[in-house]
Design a binder for this molecule. Sequence first.
Ligand code: ADP
Length: 465
Amino acid sequence: MGRLVVVSNRIADPRQTAAGGLAVALAEVLNSTGGMWFGWSGKIVDATESDDVVFKRAGPVTLATVDLSQVDHDAFYLGYSNGVLWPVFHYRLDLADFDAGYITGYRRVNQLFARKLLPLLRPDDILWVHDYHLIPLAAELRALGCRQRIGFFLHIPLPPPLMLAAIPGHDWLIRALFAYDLVGFQSKADLDHFARYVETEAHAQPVDDGRWRAFGRTVQAGAFPIGIDVQEFNELARAPEAVEMYERMRMEYSRRKLLVGVDRLDYSKGLPQRMRAFREFLTKNPDLRSSATLIQIASPSRENVGAYTEILHELESLCGSINGNFGELDWMPVRYIHRTVARARLPGLYRASRVALVTPLRDGMNLVAKEFLAAQNEEDPGVLVLSRFAGAAEQLREALLVNPYDTEGTAAAILLALQMPLEERRNRHRALMETIRRYDVHWWCDGFLVALERTMAEEKGTSWL
Ligand code: ADP
């Protein structure tokens, strides 16, 4: 394989374990090919400052970054990426802000990335572009003459065709996907939405297995559900910080069962719905009330986007009223923490919890679900309550699957999870672990890159321009 060049909006230093499974998996391939990771530096600079690429070495890997001006950042990142694509792709048309200036900024930054990246490329490089911020990057690179193979992976869901069609310029966006050699989605449902979109809106026909032809071009598309690094997570779980966290939680909650939720504070995560379901559970089961506590960790996220302030207030108010109405002098039903928990401590928290509530309204995959499973004690495992609208639900069939909009149904699942006999917990957990071990982050990474290389063999010599 040629040198791998990863492109994403934010880059992570792959030597830092806090970076997480994705960075670790990509780092392995990047290390073995002496690759490069290109992206935004995270810095916002004055528009008059130089926009040179800054290089940093991380072992054999080169980290290459560019700064963004305030205007570009606002339109590209806050505006189009997180004010249009994020809500619409998560089925929230009502939250989208289709300001015409955003798409211009989005295009400008993708052009900037293309212009800065192109001179750094070698002829046999393989490019792997990540996520919704960079959908048109390959098209911009092609326009500048780039001939290398380029793959794209969408980490978030792709909505059904009619919802996509609500985005002004949606045809431009999907057409841009055809500049890639391979497009990967998280789930079969997302792939199906892509297929239906190109068939109905672009009158494309499937060419053969997994290939579509439209806009005069052919693209390969597939579902590549992302996994976690189970081994890395197990090691993290055995390290002192996680063990200490586990022991502290067990001591503090020795008489109670813990339910846990760990999310970014995002409207896609279904946090108010989860709280309402927990309230319903408390209302319906007065005898069980003081035997369970829900710890909800919600880390601050995108606080300068309006919809996020609203969800924050709604969640705070629900937690307050649940505690006010159901709390006792020596017990509070909800512990809500608006902070990030250090990654090294997370496995301890997961392991000390009997139940995980992973109930997004829509989610590309949801890695918390997989991390919770990987952290469990196999002899006495906890139970995963999982939204059927998380990409992970396509794989994790032995979890307790719920409809997060159905308050009563979710409350019933919470009861079931808290009372599930040991034998059933073990059986479900064994089956779930088999899945997350087999389809781990290395399987995902290798699978995508092998598929991308195969398209190379098939399409060598094809002219894009
Ligand atoms: P998303 O990418 O939408 O945030 P995922 O569940 O796929 O959702 O991935 C979230 C990642 O971030 C997981 O690795 C999880 O451990 C971590 N994470 C999420 N919320 C928190 C939090 N409050 N504190 C610490 N880590 C968190």
